[in-house]
Design a protein around this ligand. Structure first.
Ligand SMILES: Nc1ncnc2c1ncn2[C@@H]1O[C@H](COP(=O)(O)OP(=O)(O)OP(=O)(O)O)[C@@H](O)[C@H]1O
Ligand SMILES: [Mg+2]
Length: 363
């Protein structure tokens, strides 16, 4: 991980307090006289760091706490406890300075003026952020080149299609050249061609412009294409922070490498491994097992908690055996994520206790 963190969350928590409405007329009256307040722990004790020029995907099921985390990092929400630091600024304490350092896009909501053509919104933002004219022109040209905006940027925003509008939103969020960008579901509702265009745009922003990007998405293809590192959040808490392959390793373990071995000596070795009985582990590996064999055709699969990914297994098999034929199969990333989302049901007690503490502190 890069040495200096541009985005840092330390023990970040958010508890929402809402009043419950009791059913019926009598209930409504009672709610009016003595409102019942409940605490909802949306984010609990979240810690992570994102380095300069890094793109991190914050993943999790609906209601996991992703948007709430981003809202705390952009200064829209004040944390109940813990601290956020973004480019050296505590966002909710210094919203204005933070606004100069960050760009933000929130899925379906636009930051453009609904009744104006996108291009006019751009010039308003230019004035708000005090972007010098020559830089403004250069950026507009750059964004137009990457996102093809000029064919529709003179149309009123309310008449733009969703994909067109979000492309304008992306450009708008970067007009003031912020080093940090938060994107909460930036490709929601986009067609596959535009999605790919936006992914290229984001890669360009990270690789060429050295921006730090934190994004959320429910599109697993996007995650696979864009993010080297992911933070998985569920029930407001971090379940995993690491490379995408780590999620596969933990939650989507099943894969198969099918190899046809060229050398009879290798086939004999596999036979000996099989004879040793379960688990028929390939010696010297952390968990590559021999699942089946038919003559020289061998099927390898993961064994145990420490099994490698399919790619590591493939490398190991090629390094070790001479093969005439090779095929691999692994679980779809969507299946892996489903398993990851369902597997984490944290101890209710801890969350309730936290809510009670937070409520008693009035936070
Ligand atoms: N202003 C609020 N008042 C009360 N509860 C809230 C508020 N905002 C969010 N929540 C609750 O906090 C939890 C986390 O919501 P959040 O919007 O962060 O989820 P998310 O991970 O972004 O989900 P999604 O993938 O659906 O966008 C949810 O249970 C939500 O209902
Ligand atoms: Mg959300």
């Amino acid at each position: 991980m890069p040495l200096t963190a541009v985005i840092e969350a330390r023990g970040l928590s958010k508890v929402f307090h809402t009043t419950v409405r009791r059913p019926g007329f009598a209930g409504a009256l009672r709610s009016l006289v003595s409102p019942e307040r409940v605490a909802k722990v949306a984010v609990q004790d979240v810690d992570f760091r994102v380095g300069r020029g890094e793109l991190l995907a914050l993943l999790g099921p609906n209601g996991a706490g992703k948007s709430t985390t981003i809202k705390m990092l952009t200064g829209i929400l004040t944390p109940t406890s813990g601290e956020a630091v973004v480019a050296g600024v505590v966002p909710h304490r210094d919203r204005e300075r933070n606004a100069h350092n960050i760009g933000a896009v929130f899925g379906q909501r636009t930051q453009l003026w609904w009744d104006l053509p996108a291009r006019e919104s751009f010039s308003i933002l230019r004035d708000i952020y005090g972007v010098p004219e020559d830089q403004y022109r250069a950026r507009i040209d750059e964004f137009d080149g990457l996102l093809e905006l000029s064919e529709f940027w003179d149309t009123r925003v309310r008449h733009l299609s969703l994909g067109q509008r979000v492309r304008c939103d992306l450009a708008a969020s970067l007009l003031h050249d912020p080093p940090v960008v938060f994107l909460d579901e930036p490709t929601i509702g986009m067609d596959v061609v535009v999605k790919e265009q936006v992914r290229r745009f984001l890669r360009h922003q990270v690789e060429e412009r050295d921006r730090t990007v934190l994004l959320t998405t429910h599109d697993m293809t996007e995650v696979a294409r864009l993010a080297e590192r992911v933070v998985l959040i569920n029930h407001g808490r971090i379940v995993l922070d690491g490379p995408l392959q780590e999620i596969r390793r933990r939650f989507g373990g099943t894969w198969q490498v099918r190899a046809t071995l060229a050398d009879p000596a290798d086939v004999e070795e596999i036979e000996r491994i099989e004879q040793r009985g379960e688990p028929a582990l390939l010696p010297g590996t952390t968990g590559i097992g021999v699942l089946r064999r038919e003559g020289p055709r061998v099927v390898f699969g993961p064994v145990g908690d420490d099994a490698p990914t399919v790619h590591e297994a493939l490398k190991a098999v090629i390094a070790r055996f001479q093969v005439t034929d090779l095929a691999l199969e692994e679980n779809d990333l969507e299946d892996v994520m489903r398993a990851a989302y369902l597997s984490d049901v944290p101890a209710q007690g801890a969350t309730e206790e936290f809510a009670v503490q937070a409520a008693s502190q009035g936070g």
